[in-house]
Ligand binder design. Structure first.
Ligand SMILES: CC(C)(COP(=O)(O)OP(=O)(O)OC[C@H]1O[C@@H](n2cnc3c(N)ncnc32)[C@H](O)[C@@H]1OP(=O)(O)O)[C@@H](O)C(=O)NCCC(=O)NCCS
Length: 160
């Protein structure tokens, strides 16, 4: 499994994945504005594709939640990262790919020695995702409402 930057050439793929029921279910109110967002690279964000032997498997966004322009995360402190992740094709769910991707993503986040912890905000009703993150070591922090979404915030601190 490898991570690479997502580009405008991935536009069709990401739009197709957006129509998958499991992707809609995890982010029913989201509009990712791919055409605009894939064309820019703000310093507080990385948009990545995970590829297995060259085949795109999933999408990952890493942000510095304190710097995100929309202030989605509110008054969050410095030295954190926040992650969004989904597997694209339904046939690729539940095969261990998400775990492999998260291991790469977490290593990437903590490779910056300033980063103290990683946050993630699955919907409150996404119990499969809660189990997935708990197995990776994330701990439930609080329930928050982001826009129209009721979310559980999970945190994984750097292992010293
Ligand atoms: C969450 C997700 C990235 C995990 O990746 P994955 O490759 O399916 O996970 P793995 O095979 O490594 O691990 C399996 C675990 O993933 C979790 N999982 C979450 N959603 C799942 C789904 N739709 N199908 C299967 N497993 C899912 C379960 O906890 C599962 O463990 P279980 O067998 O005990 O239920 C992936 O399932 C996914 O993209 N789900 C839909 C979108 C989503 O919910 N994204 C997270 C938003 S915060």
């Amino acid at each position: 499994m490898k991570l690479r930057a997502a580009t405008l050439e991935d536009l069709e793929l990401l739009r197709r994945w957006d129509e998958q029921p499991h992707v809609i279910a995890c982010d029913p109110n989201g509009d990712w504005g791919w055409e605009v967002e894939l064309a820019r690279s703000p310093t507080w964000r990385e948009q990545l594709l995970a590829e297995l032997d060259g085949r795109p498997i999933g999408f990952v966004q890493l942000i510095d939640p304190a710097l995100k322009e929309s202030h989605y995360w509110g008054d969050v402190g410095p030295n954190l990262r926040a992650i969004d992740i989904w597997i694209g094709e339904p046939g690729d769910l539940g095969r261990g790919f998400g775990t492999a991707i998260m291991q790469l993503v977490l290593a990437r986040c903590f490779s910056d020695s300033a980063v103290e912890a990683v946050l993630i905000d699955p919907l409150a009703n996404n119990t499969q995702a809660h189990r997935f993150y708990e197995r990776l070591g994330f701990r439930f922090l609080e329930q928050l409402r982001f826009g129209e979404d009721d979310c559980f915030v999970y945190r994984l601190d750097r292992a010293n």
